[in-house]
Design a protein around this ligand. Structure first.
Ligand SMILES: NC(=O)c1ccc[n+]([C@@H]2O[C@H](COP(=O)([O-])OP(=O)(O)OC[C@H]3O[C@@H](n4cnc5c(N)ncnc54)[C@H](O)[C@@H]3O)[C@@H](O)[C@H]2O)c1
Ligand SMILES: O=P(O)(O)OC[C@H](O)CO
Length: 389
């Protein structure tokens, strides 16, 4: 029986990865041709050649719907135009990708489930999948973020572990073996077809190979490592370092300073893995894969966290500081800053404080001070490195 693939998410990265999955699903007999893509339903209309949504928080007039007001459901537009006009405009999606607003329909009978939504939106979605996917189904998370225990020592929780536990919880649902796909993957570039690499972190090599087959194309080279935690933590922690890189850009610093931030950041990412996930046999080699150093470099040059941190620093210099959520809304056209409005940096700080290891993370601590405690962006270089390096 061919594998039945479901794509849960349709933002910038979800739509970009659909361009690879769709091609492989239709070309390879291992996969069922039709791939459902779950879409968080929104309403859109074309105005002066640009697709727009109602203003943030706006409601249709009393007794009317957005359709009455001339809007169309995004799912309908995607299925008619084969383009996600909001999150990936200008890129044709393979015609076997079918947008659907109901997640239960999307995963009905699925044997391979790809999760790619900002992690803060996961909680209400997973329970709706209960009892729908196939027994023995496997999952792959493309989500670059991390959750933390809310109390006590604030231990970090991998999103792949969270997904696995949630799916196991459902009555009678089979256990889903979870892998991750992480890498130097700015979505728009991957969608355009510029060459990129990615890393599958898997528990079993045979599942790693299945995922490679689904994602790998001529312009998207995917390799598997048996290190789910290492690959996933790299994808989450680089979001913190990207803020530091953005502050440097906003201050007009050059490549040397940014390279220093990247180097120190990589060491702190590795240290964070060892301190909090020492029991998961995280491999040093994982940091040299696309999910490690390469993702860190790309996010520090071309990522959204970098962009917003650049603007954050420039606004402070101009004497017109702006809150993170305002910058996100003004600059990202509905996309989200990875790690829930820079929340990863805040949560990481809470976790290292709770563990009593703040001094071991001078860069993460300084980034936190600038982003959330009112320290000047220029203090990015005031790290007390001599303590630990
Ligand atoms: N964009 C990239 O370049 C990129 C690359 C690699 C990994 N990622 C990761 O992929 C994941 C998804 O990011 P993205 O870039 O595809 O998303 P995005 O930021 O482009 O879009 C946000 C998505 O959230 C959905 N959404 C908005 N409100 C919602 C709600 N209330 N409930 C449920 N969904 C809602 C939107 O419909 C949209 O699909 C993230 O974890 C991100 O870190 C992104
Ligand atoms: O735009 P960013 O910073 O969220 O990064 C996008 C990708 O994760 C880069 O690999």
């Amino acid at each position: 029986m061919p594998e039945k693939v479901a794509l849960i998410g349709s933002g910038n990265w979800g739509s970009a990865i659909a361009t690879k999955i769709g091609v492989n699903a239709s070309a390879c007999a291992d996969f069922d041709d039709k791939v459902y893509m779950w879409v968080f339903e929104e309403y859109v209309k074309e105005e002066d050649g640009k697709w727009v949504r109602p203003a943030r928080g706006a409601k249709p007039p009393e007794g009317k719907t957005w359709v009455d007001e001339g809007y169309t459901p995004l799912t309908q537009v995607i299925n008619e135009k084969h383009e996600n006009v909001i999150y990936l405009p200008g890129i044709e999606l393979p015609h076997n990708i079918v947008a659907c607003p109901d997640v239960a329909t999307c995963v009905d009978g699925a044997t391979m489930m790809v999760f790619v939504i900002p992690h803060n939106f996961l909680a209400p979605i997973v329970p709706k999948m209960e009892g729908k996917f196939a027994k023995g189904a496997i999952g792959c998370s493309l989500i670059k973020g991390i959750e933390f225990e809310k109390e006590g020592d604030m231990k970090p929780i991998l999103i792949s572990d969270l997904l696995q536990a949630e799916m196991k919880k459902s009555d009678g649902a089979p256990v889903v073996d979870m892998s991750v796909l992480m890498g130097a993957n700015v979505a728009n570039e991957v969608a355009k077809g510029d060459f990129a690499e990615a890393t599958i972190g898997c528990t079993k090599p045979e599942n790693g190979l299945k995922w490679c087959k689904l994602f790998n194309t001529k312009d998207f080279a995917v390799q598997a490592v048996t290190d789910v935690a290492g690959a996933e933590l790299c994808g989450a922690m680089k979001n913190v370092v990207a803020l530091g890189a953005g502050f440097c850009d906003g201050l007009g610093y050059g490549g040397n300073t940014k390279a220093a931030i990247i180097r120190i950041g990589l060491k702190e990412m590795q240290k964070f893995c060892k301190v909090f996930y020492g029991d998961r046999q995280i491999k040093d080699e994982t940091f040299l894969e696309s999910c490690g150093v390469a993702d860190l470099v790309t996010t520090c040059f071309g990522g959204r966290n970098r962009k917003c941190a650049d603007i954050f620093a420039k606004n402070i210099a101009a004497g017109t500081p702006k809150a993170w959520d305002v910058i996100e809304a003004e600059e990202l056209n509905g996309q989200k800053l990875q790690g829930e409005r820079t929340g990863t940096a805040q949560d990481v700080m809470k976790a290292i404080k709770a563990k009593g290891v703040v001094d071991a993370f001078p860069l993460f601590s300084q980034i936190h001070k600038i982003a959330f405690e009112g320290a000047k962006p220029e203090t990015i270089i005031d790290m007390k490195l001599e303590k630990y390096y």
